[in-house]
Design a protein around this ligand. Structure first.
Ligand code: AGP
Length: 612
């Protein structure tokens, strides 16, 4: 899950590539490089480490040219090193490539190419592509790339440059994301992994589909199938602007995105809830009422945080609509073919819309006759394009690797879907639907109320518990997902040992972990599970565990059962997982900041996992 960038035009090519790569750095940040055509030669400069390291190296010698490619890496084959960094040249250095994805049959290809006399310099799967294009090169880079890719199994977004085809870049896509940026002014074009890289330069784009190739010059962009057939593309206007993808004075993107949640939630509601009723408008689903009435089962397809948003949706849909919902991580769901059939609706939840495991499970669901609804943040992403209907969350660009505003917006989107489904199936009566919609409409203000009222308190608690090295996160019903999400946040950014559990599971084993060195974070929200959740806290405090409870404003009872309490505004229990997720994010953020962690780019992780 690397980031790739290409440019042709009159600007300072290396600066354009560096700017684009900086905006793609959340996709991988263990090494980086550029290749620029300089006086008929491909000059490659690369370095181990972040883009900032590469930028320092380039200060000592910057290749000047009008065509170049760049890459920021997340290692899959071959450890992070300068030699394994991209771009990878062929034997003579005539062709260089950058790649995002995995060449699954690279070992077999490598052996064959070495037997044919090719010299490999790295341990990567990608270098195979450079030598393949070299093998088939007979004076035309496009033909060489097209022929070379015929031998490749796996996933790729690849861009190639050749000193024998000056002024040309050739790119191709199979599964990994690729977008072309059309110069706002004539004489330049861009190619990149996602919109954030081209935003500073243009908002006009072509979205490249699987099995498509692109031949770019500074004045022309031709899109063709891998077989060579011309493809007419619609110009896509990117909604976001560059400003939205910047830190705006905050210490980290993550805290900026946590504080943006009221706005993100408001954007996700948008015009979908309107009128005095109020009414809900989800025409964009492209799923007929007749179909939704026929649905016998819903299966949520998602990974990581997105799967926890799916669990919140599961709780609400089963409780309010009476439709069984299965939630399983996409990487396992792929092996559970039987859960999908023609009466099953698959709901794919993905912030990036490019997560490979989620896409694979969607393809399997489709093969089994299921219909697909996508809930995603990136307009035009593959998850959106592979689905029958799309419910976009409008959280804006999420740069921090740890998902925050996308999570609460995904939960909110699932609640909107739940109300729509319930009304269509007659499970939710009109009055109840209006009450739920009024409750959902209040969530953005309530999120703001929480941030205004409790953010300082949460920061103080993080200081108080700074030296706690092990956490258990507990939740019941609507808040089982809150516990799982809270644990994931403190694991992925603070690197602390934490587990999320259904609170009722504690006495079946995890209670053995409780000592006075363990802190328990538990959402205890007024509703059907309140008393049992209190019971769990008593079990823990009886064993000296320290309890931080997330509870409702005005709940005086909870104080007796917790060492510290974080209060969220009152709302319907089924809606409360939107609000309860925020203290979990904020607490993890402050603990990680106290440990001076790389919060926006945690070790070993990346924002969009485009390989299986
Ligand atoms: C969450 O903070 C992580 N970045 C990760 O678990 C993420 O949710 C998961 O990789 C799914 O990503 P997606 O929503 O883009 O599909």
């Amino acid at each position: 899950m690397c980031g790739i960038m290409g440019y042709l035009g009159g600007r300072d090519t290396v600066e354009v590539l560096l700017e684009g790569l900086r905006r793609l750095e959340y996709r991988g940040y263990d090494s980086a490089g550029v290749a620029v055509l300089v006086d008929g030669k491909v000059e490659v400069v690369k370095a181990k480490g972040k883009i900032s390291v590469l930028a320092e190296v380039l200060k000592k010698g910057k290749p000047e040219g009008s065509v170049g490619i760049g890459h920021t890496r997340w290692a899959t084959h071959g450890p992070p090193s300068t030699k394994n960094a991209h771009p990878h040249p062929d034997c003579e250095g005539h062709i260089a490539v950058v790649h995002n994805g995995i060449v699954e049959n690279y070992l077999e290809l490598r052996e064959k190419l070495q037997a044919e006399g090719h010299t490999f310099r790295s341990e990567t799967d990608t270098e195979t592509l450079a030598h393949l294009f070299e093998k088939y090169y007979d004076g035309n880079l496009e033909k060489a790339v097209r022929r070379g890719l015929k031998d490749v199994k796996g996933s790729y977004a690849v861009v190639a440059v050749s000193d024998r085809d000056p002024g040309v870049l050739v790119a191709a896509r199979q599964y990994s994301p690729l977008i072309v940026g059309l110069g706002e002014k004539t004489g330049e074009n861009f190619v990149a992994s996602d919109p954030s890289a081209i935003l500073p330069f243009t908002r006009k784009a072509y979205l490249i589909d699987n099995g498509e190739m692109v031949v770019l010059t500074k004045d022309r962009v031709e899109v063709k199938t891998l077989a060579g057939k011309a493809v007419k593309k619609r110009v896509f206007h990117i909604e976001w602007d560059a400003e939205m993808a910047e830190k705006g004075g905050h210490k980290h993107f993550m805290i900026k995105e946590i504080l943006e949640q009221p706005h993100a939630l408001r954007q996700t509601i948008g015009e979908r809830i309107s009128g005095r009723g109020p009414e809900l408008h989800l025409e964009e689903l492209h799923l007929t009422d007749a179909y939704l009435r026929r649905v016998k089962k819903i299966v949520i397809i998602a990974c990581g945080t997105a799967s926890y948003a799916g669990m919140a949706g599961q709780y609400a849909v089963e409780k309010l609509c009476g439709v069984p919902v299965i939630v399983d991580v996409a990487s396992e769901l792929q092996y559970r073919e039987c859960v999908f059939d023609k009466d099953t609706l698959g709901i794919a939840i993905s912030q990036s819309g490019e997560t490979a495991d989620t896409l694979q499970a969607m393809r399997m669901a489709r093969r089994r006759g299921a219909k697909l609804l996508a809930v995603t943040n990136v307009i035009g992403s593959t998850v959106a394009r592979d689905a029958d209907g799309v419910l976009y969350i409008h959280a804006g660009p999420e740069i921090g690797v740890a998902s925050t505003k996308a999570y609460t917006s995904q939960v909110l989107a699932m609640l909107l879907f739940c109300v729509h489904l319930g009304v269509v199936r007659g499970a939710i009566k009109p009055a109840a639907a209006r009450r739920l919609l009024r409750g959902i409409k209040r969530l953005p203000d309530q999120a703001q109320e929480f941030l205004d009222g409790q953010a300082g308190h949460v920061e103080r608690l993080a200081k108080k518990y700074k030296n706690v090295m092990r956490y258990l996160y507990l939740g019941r019903g609507a808040h089982y997902c809150t516990a799982m999400e809270g644990a994931l946040k403190i694991k992925e950014i603070a690197y602390l040992d934490a587990e999320g559990y259904a609170a009722g599971e504690m006495k079946h084993g995890p209670l053995a972990l409780v000592t006075d060195e363990v802190a328990i974070m538990s959402a205890v929200i007024e509703g059907p599970h309140y008393q049992k959740s209190i019971g769990n806290l008593q079990e823990i405090r009886a064993r000296a565990g320290k309890v931080i409870a997330v509870a409702n404003e005005g709940d005086e009872e909870i104080q007796k059962y917790a060492d510290d309490v974080i209060r969220i505004p009152k709302t319907e229990e089924a809606l409360s997982s939107v609000l309860a997720g925020i203290p979990m994010q904020l607490y993890a953020y402050h603990v990680a900041d106290l440990w001076d962690r790389e919060i926006d780019q945690p070790r070993n992780l990346a924002k969009s996992v485009t390989v299986e």
